[in-house]
Design a protein around this ligand. Sequence first.
Ligand code: C5P
Length: 428
Amino acid sequence: MTARPTLVPSPPWEGRRVVLAVTGGIACYKSVTLARDLTRLGVEVDVLLSEGASAFLRPLVFEGVTGRPVLDSLWSAEGAARHLRVAQEADVVLVAPATADLMARAAQGRADDLVTAVLLATRAPVLLAPAMNSRMWSHPQTTRNAAHLTEVLGYTLLGPADGALAAGEAEGPGRMVEPESLVQQIGRALGRTPPWIGLRVLVTAGPTREPVDAVRYLGNRSSGRMGFALARECWLRGADVTVVAGPVSLPVPEGVEVIRVETAREMRDAVVPRAGSAQLQIFAAAVSDFRPASPLEGKRKRGSGQDPEADAGTPPRWNVDLVENPDIAMETRGHGPAGTLRVGFALETDDLMTHARQKLHAKAFDWIVANPAGEPGAGFDASTNRGWILDRMAPNTPEPIPLASKEDFARSILDRVEERLTAERDCS
Ligand code: C5P
């Protein structure tokens, strides 16, 4: 499953121009959803319909969801002027679905219809979402066209995916990638920012579960939303992102590798070998500081271990011994390539700033985000957050981050990281 963040105007989509070229495959009905969702995110979507696409859909359906005129012909004075303008003004061009025929003609540099002419005229990044019968996809000529489009022209192919094809056909590769993934991929094409491109990012997220017996565990109310929002936002800016996540029930963000763990020790075992190559490390997990020292193998029954000496009416007790878990952030201090940046979190019920400052130094973070615990709408298990960010360079002047969605909160944190990454790049 892919992430379905709320569709409200937001970076990197808001205010940007996307040309959505629709060619004549049955998957083109999904492009209506794509055009609608991009519009909701604040994109100005210019839809182009090829002759084949016009056989499936009328311009009005796209005009209804984008609120903008659709171009469906090169052969008018207005069409000729506009196709050059939209090609020039586009921030990204996406062809979805891209048929085998479109791929062949684009690979040859033809310009005999609206879509191919726009592809030649634009200098924006071009993404193609192929959709066709699996035999057409696996034909050596299509393979060659695909290689030319990616290797020579620098286009990005998204898919095709495996799965059910048009009615009456078997399953196989050839299915168009789903609109919600394409929306995210367009976001990455729009959001790519130099210091992030190819940056290796490791994020810890969610709670951990420490077994008490075969069915019970010690855990906390962390939802993992903050860590996942940070991971998604780093990916949108162009980074390669891995999340090591405790048990969370969130959709996997597009493009992000998610490694699932349960306990703090499993999280440590997943993080330590990866920290060595991670240039940005974000510790957003609420790792359980303690675990039961000797979890029971079976399920403990009610009444077991009852003290025969106890007064009647005294409920039986179960004393569970706890030991401290490894501190992953502490253990990975100094891991990572030269110039690695580290972000930590501190959620506290009291003396927030004092504890945050201590952790900032002890765990060698470059920034620590301090969240008040127990406040509605902030910290654990909420969709919004509020807090302060403390910079190791100026730990005594915490900067407030006002109440915001965890996506916006993540952007505020990463804008500071981006500033540092850019400054370091400029110095080197
Ligand atoms: O638990 P504590 O408040 O000390 O956590 C502060 C920071 O350390 C957080 O960024 C958290 O993800 C990280 N941490 C960790 N391993 C632990 C405990 C905390 O990485 N066992």
